[in-house]
Design a binder for this molecule. Structure first.
Ligand code: TAP
Length: 502
């Protein structure tokens, strides 16, 4: 086991990114297989407002960095409150125009068209997502992009069936939706927000995260090419202040936000007593609960996927592992062996398991929390792989000797770092799993169906996976409670927040 002692001096080792070649554990290596499809990356990206690509009113731009190199990828327009105002006006105009009067079945056709065009351009979009965000190409290609298309297809089907979805009601559009999204699943989050809003006849002003705006603007091209009426979808790239301007704009009827609990609280305060509808998808600190009767090899794969998928940049990541004491030693041996085989490196390499950390700031946050784990007495275990010499990287890691009061057991790390604890009885596992301010997701690994039901009823989490992890489907509602937010995305429940059924 690659065990790092609790000394702070030694802890600095995981900060080092200045090592030459990328290596597969300590054993052997594949030849690199970089994605070679050329992509049409622009030198500068514009806002998309009222059906036109426009520079920011101020003329300002910001740099988008490739986190795998730390170098500039492109420039993106830095929208501010004046641009948001223009976008909200365009969205209101579209609502009063042909879009607002369009028969629902016609609306659905646009969504089908967008879904098909996403599929046609999925290779390009996957590569851009990987270059801009750092996630491995096998994830953007095989998970993100298929789910983006699936979300548009699924919601296209609902457009003309809303009266069946809400029987006895006359569902109408809510109006202009202000949508603010994070950087961990840029295009997927855009699809989760746009597809239900459009299916229900709303118009949208969307703000992508600053570090990952590129694919939203390629999606804007698809939207423009689909013939969707001008102003139905508007995309304002920019910093957090542009998001705050969307939230505060009096012409916005509904706010949908995915991001940190800290910003979610600010948005809840800003929208209080404005009459605006609000849904919040916030952070999480999910527990994966592993019972001794579970098929251990299968469970280890699920736990690995639960925490290291997308470098742990996942709100529902299984960032705590609760292991039943009787199998603890065996599980630790397997976990430690398995992380040695994870390939960290070039996200465009088809063989890469763990890509780059999304930004320098995020890497700093991860390292700060890892330091706190060491300072509080937990033991760090890390893969021994070498890291590329430039860009932002973190080895797959896990902590043992973690107690419930440690920061690494309570705070969202949002990186490839797992905190392992033990339990003896199902009751103790429930108590430990529920002991955080979050309530987004959880996982249960056991051979017994009855145990799954018992745990499912007692765990305070919006999504609970059994003998699997990180599985998403547009028909299945996703969301949390407690400080993980409120409202659902996906399924019938997700539609409900985009219709007025008074
Ligand atoms: P945040 O810092 O909260 O940023 C999210 C978005 O909000 C970004 O577009 C950001 O713009 C914008 N923003 C920042 N300050 C704002 C303000 N005062 N008003 C309005 N918008 C503002 O989160 P993040 O670091 O991008 O994402 C990571 C967090 O998102 C994690 O906590 C994760 O758990 C959560 N997350 C949750 C879910 C679900 S479904 N629950 C899904 C994905 C992520 P800038 O990028 O310019 O700062």
């Amino acid at each position: 086991m690659a065990k790092t002692k609790t000394k702070r001096a030694k802890s600095k080792k995981h900060h080092s990114a200045a090592e030459p070649m990328l290596e597969f554990g300590n054993h052997w290596n594949y030849a690199p297989a970089p994605e070679s499809t050329p992509v049409p990356l622009k030198k500068r990206y514009s806002l998309y407002i009222g059906g036109k690509f426009l520079p920011a009113g101020s003329g300002k731009v910001f740099r988008s960095i490739n986190p795998a190199t730390g170098k500039k990828l492109t420039e993106v327009a830095a929208g501010e409150s004046g641009d948001v105002d223009l976008a909200v006006r365009a969205a209101r105009k579209a609502l009063a125009g042909p879009w607002g009067k369009m028969p629902a079945a016609e609306r659905g056709k646009y969504l089908y068209r967008i879904a098909r065009m996403v599929q046609e351009r999925s290779r390009e979009l996957a590569i851009l997502e990987t270059m801009d965000g750092g996630k491995p190409i096998k994830e953007s290609r095989d998970v993100d992009l298929p789910l983006v298309a699936a979300h548009f297809f699924y919601h296209a089907g609902w457009a003309d069936k809303l009266e069946y979805a809400f029987p006895g009601k006359k569902p109408k559009a809510v109006g202009v939706c202000g949508q603010v999204i994070p950087w961990n699943f840029p295009l997927m989050m855009a699809a989760w927000k746009l597809a239900p809003a459009l299916a229900c006849g709303n118009t949208v002003v969307l703000k992508p995260a600053e570090t990952t705006s590129v694919t939203a603007l390629h999606l804007a091209e698809i939207i423009a090419d689909s013939g969707l009426p001008d102003g139905v979808v508007n995309i304002v790239t920019g910093k957090g202040s542009a998001g705050a301007a969307i939230v505060a704009h009096p012409g916005v009827d509904k706010v949908a936000f995915t991001g940190s609990t800290k910003v979610g609280k600010k948005i809840a305060a800003a929208t209080a007593s404005t009459g605006k509808r609000l849904t919040l998808e916030l952070g999480g600190k999910a527990a994966n609960i592993l019972f001794d009767d579970a098929p251990l090899d299968q469970a280890i794969e699920g736990i690995i996927n639960g925490i290291y998928f997308n470098q742990g940049h996942v709100c529902c990541a299984g960032s705590r592992l609760l292991v039943q004491e009787s199998v603890y030693d065996k599980v630790m041996r397997k976990l430690s062996d398995r992380i040695m085989t994870l390939r960290v490196g070039d996200p465009l390499d088809k063989n890469t398991d763990i890509g780059a950390i999304n930004s320098k700031e995020q890497l700093k946050r991860i390292n700060e929390l890892m330091d706190s784990g060491l300072a509080e007495g937990a033991q760090l275990h890390q893969s021994k792989c070498k890291l590329p010499s430039e860009g932002y990287w973190c080895r797959p890691s896990f902590f043992t000797g973690v107690t419930a009061s440690h920061r690494i057991a309570q705070e969202e790390i949002f990186g490839p770092v797992l905190s392992v604890m033990t339990f003896r009885t199902p009751e103790e596992a429930i108590e430990r799993a529920n002991n955080t301010c979050y309530g987004l997701s959880a996982g249960v690994w056991t051979d017994k169906g009855s145990k799954i039901h018992k745990m499912g009823a007692a765990l305070k989490a919006g999504v609970i996976w059994a003998n699997t992890y990180n599985k998403f489907d547009p028909a299945s509602p996703f969301g949390g409670y407690k400080e993980s937010g409120f409202g659902r995305e996906g399924g019938l429940q997700g539609l409900a927040s985009y219709v007025d059924i008074q």
